[in-house]
Design a protein around this ligand. Structure first.
Ligand code: UD1
Ligand code: UDP
Length: 386
């Protein structure tokens, strides 16, 4: 009998990291009845991903509202998952990472005693407010999940320390590298696509040219940085933009109003700062690949940039992704303005320092994580062991 699989995600990064897994499951229609449920905790930013990966969800909870808070997202996901879980009655629910969609879906599944598999399992800072609320989301998901697809050896060790059974943890690499390779392949193979991307940037980045201009790529959205953190970041970007007039700063601004407000207020008048809408994944990857360095608080960007050999300055106090930190391509800065300006300046002025950080390596996977996950779930006794 075919096993019923329900893959659930809700935000941009989950969409990017789960889409290659959806594609892999769809290669085995004889083994699995796979359905996709999006909570749409994000709307526009998720739809961009669904379009690029050509995914049509079977269920769309459509929960996003402007300025939603954690209570809104948690309660809506739990309530709306009830019917889908009871009607489809999956053998396995697969969730990803650390969002409120992830945790709430796991809890909703647990209430119906449905097994949960957790992709990108075992990341930890062991600080409950950093990142907030992601550290608790992934810990609680880890407590509910039966199967744990850990990206690295370190994430497996974290789970073992929490007494997760070793036989239920599988090291697969991170599916973000699968997505990255798919995207790069798509761009490299299709000259028309690259032309379209270039035309898009031509229209959206006034006076900027990839041939002659260097740029810093910025993203930021973490809740723990709201308020003072974002103001410091913007003030730092302003100082850098004024200090290095030959550099551009390109910043696709997250749609959260708590991010949009300070960013546009402080930075919109600067000539060499381009504030733009969140980019489609292929456009973003293209930009990342051409950038001089990345200034970010993102989880996914920390994983992608080392594969592309781009230095990352991380505007966070801690990270659950220590692998690239150890290798030296990622540096932890927090949101102190002077520190950000100092470290960016060092990477611009000191070429030897830059070369040391700009080394390409792949601590997070080899691009076959999804294949491994589906192979593991296909194993004859996978669903029998309790
Ligand atoms: C969420 C996740 C975070 C993840 C991030 C990726 C939680 C608690 N947070 O944070 O872990 O790193 O996504 O980006 O799960 N908005 C739109 N359109 C969109 C998306 C967002 O307008 O397509 C605006 C809305 O006003 C929304 C707000 O952004 O209310 C916040 O979205 P939300 O998903 O609650 O938080 P994020 O900061 O995006
Ligand atoms: N990304 C994108 N468009 C953008 C900015 C980021 O497609 O304008 C991608 C990026 O390549 C990465 C993911 O979005 O794969 C990261 O999402 P985000 O930073 O929102 O969330 P996090 O990874 O911190 O959870």
């Amino acid at each position: 009998m075919k096993k019923k699989i329900l893959i659930v995600f809700g935000t941009r990064p989950e969409g990017i990291k789960m889409s290659p897994l959806v594609q892999e499951f769809k290669n085995f229609p004889d083994k699995f009845e796979t359905k996709i449920c999006v909570t749409a905790q994000h709307r526009e930013m998720l739809d961009q991903v669904l379009e690029i990966f050509e995914i049509k969800p079977d269920f769309d909870l459509d929960i996003m509202k402007k300025n939603q808070d954690l209570y809104d997202v948690t309660s809506k996901v739990i309530l709306k998952m009830r019917k889908i879980l009871s009607e489809f009655a999956p053998d396995l629910v697969i969730v990803h990472g650390d969002t409120t969609t992830t945790f709430s879906t796991s809890l909703a599944s647990y209430y119906q005693r449905i097994d949960v598999a957790h992709v990108e399992a075992g990341l930890r800072t062991n600080k409950i407010y950093s990142p907030f609320p992601e550290e608790i989301n992934r810990k609680l998901t880890g407590s509910i999940a039966k199967y744990h697809f850990a990206p690295t050896e370190i994430s497996k060790e974290n789970l073992l320390k929490e007494n997760v059974k070793s036989e239920n943890i599988f090291i697969t690499g991170n599916t973000v590298i699968d997505a990255l390779y798919l995207a790069l392949n798509k761009i490299n193979k299709n000259s028309k696509l690259e032309k379209n991307i270039l035309q898009f940037f031509d229209e959206n980045l006034k006076n900027f040219s990839f041939d002659k201009d260097k740029f810093i790529l910025v993203t930021g959205h973490r809740r723990e940085n709201f308020g003072e953190g974002f103001i410091n970041l913007c003030e730092a970007i302003k100082e850098i933009a004024l200090k290095y007039k030959n550099f551009y700063i390109i910043y696709p601004v997250h749609l959260n109003p708590k991010v949009q407000k300070p960013v546009y207020e402080i930075l919109s008048s600067l000539k060499n700062v381009h504030l733009i809408k969140p980019l489609e994944y292929l456009q973003f990857i293209y930009l990342m690949n051409k950038s001089y360095l990345l200034l970010t608080d993102s989880g996914g960007v920390q994983e992608e940039a080392p594969s592309l050999g781009k230095p990352v300055l991380l505007m966070r106090d801690s990270t659950e992704r220590p692998e690239a930190l150890k290798a030296g391509t990622v540096k932890l800065l927090g949101t102190n303005k002077n520190k950000i300006v100092f470290e960016v300046s060092k990477l611009i002025d000191d070429k030897i320092h830059y070369e040391k950080m700009a080394k390409s390596h792949n601590p997070y996977g080899d691009g076959n994580a999804c294949k491994k996950i589906v192979e593991i779930i296909s194993m004859r006794n996978f669903f029998n062991e309790k």
